[in-house]
Ligand binder design. Structure first.
Ligand SMILES: *Cc1c(COP(=O)(O)O)cnc(C)c1O
Length: 226
């Protein structure tokens, strides 16, 4: 399958899934996860109308952001953040989805060039039991969100979560549902919150059924990563 066929297939699946649960397909945005993909591949997808791209590795991302600067794409950082890399992230990205520590958020806020406008952030919440990929627990969300939302260089947009590695669909659904409940409580406290980033290649349909507003898809869009 080529890129155009995969993109059409994905759009179709998003539309069908949304309609099935009485949601508007337009409520769900697609973040194309382009880690390990070349600038040329990103350019081809951009030519098909895709605007937002997600990257995990800073050095790799910076090269592509520079090469594609004239396209004015929207770049999301979705990887783990090292403390000494916050300035480069704050200066080059439009969104950070993987905030899980206040000190990182404070540095990003201070380092964000004011000419770029505020940096959009999501707090990463981990599902029960998942360790090693970053993220805070559900209990920690509201206090961290209040602190983050008071930082002048940032705007709190919502929460991001990486699914548990399980083939148990009902367990997965229950986790997504808990994230949606958390999203609702976050939204009731912060007017700027509008994004629930959950769902990847293997589970985006389930995530859409459970209220995701942004799916992050790599493999199903670009094919396997080398
Ligand atoms: C790699 C990655 C994705 C995309 O994963 P696929 O399974 O290839 O769709 C989404 N979110 C995060 C945080 C990732 O690291």
């Amino acid at each position: 399958m080529d890129l155009e066929t995969r993109k059409e297939w994905l759009d179709q699946r998003v539309n069908t899934t949304a309609r099935r649960v009485n949601r508007e397909p337009a409520e769900i945005s697609l973040l194309a996860v382009s880690k390990k993909q070349t600038a040329e591949t990103i350019r081809s997808l951009a030519a098909l109308g895709q605007q937002s791209f997600g990257e995990n590795y800073l050095q790799e991302a910076l090269e592509k952001i520079n090469q594609l600067a004239e396209l004015a794409l929207e770049w999301h950082f979705i990887g783990q953040i090292q403390r000494n890399k916050t300035a480069a992230i704050a200066e080059n990205f439009d969104w950070i989805q993987s905030i899980d520590r206040l000190v990182i958020a404070e540095r990003m806020s201070a380092q964000r060039p004011s000419i770029m406008g505020k940096l959009n952030v999501c707090i990463q919440v981990r599902m029960s039991g998942e360790h090693g990929k970053g993220g805070i627990t559900a209990d920690e969300l509201l206090p961290l969100a209040s602190a983050v939302s008071s930082l002048p260089g940032l705007v709190l947009r919502g929460l991001m979560t990486i699914p548990e590695n399980t083939s148990d669909t009902e367990k997965q659904r229950a986790s997504f549902r808990r994230m949606h409940d958390l999203f609702d409580s976050l939204r009731s406290q912060h007017a700027s919150v509008d994004t629930l980033s959950m769902g990847m290649s293997g589970d985006f349909e389930l995530a859409i059924e459970e209220g995701s507003t942004m799916i992050r898809v790599g493999t199903a869009l670009f094919g396997p990563r080398n």
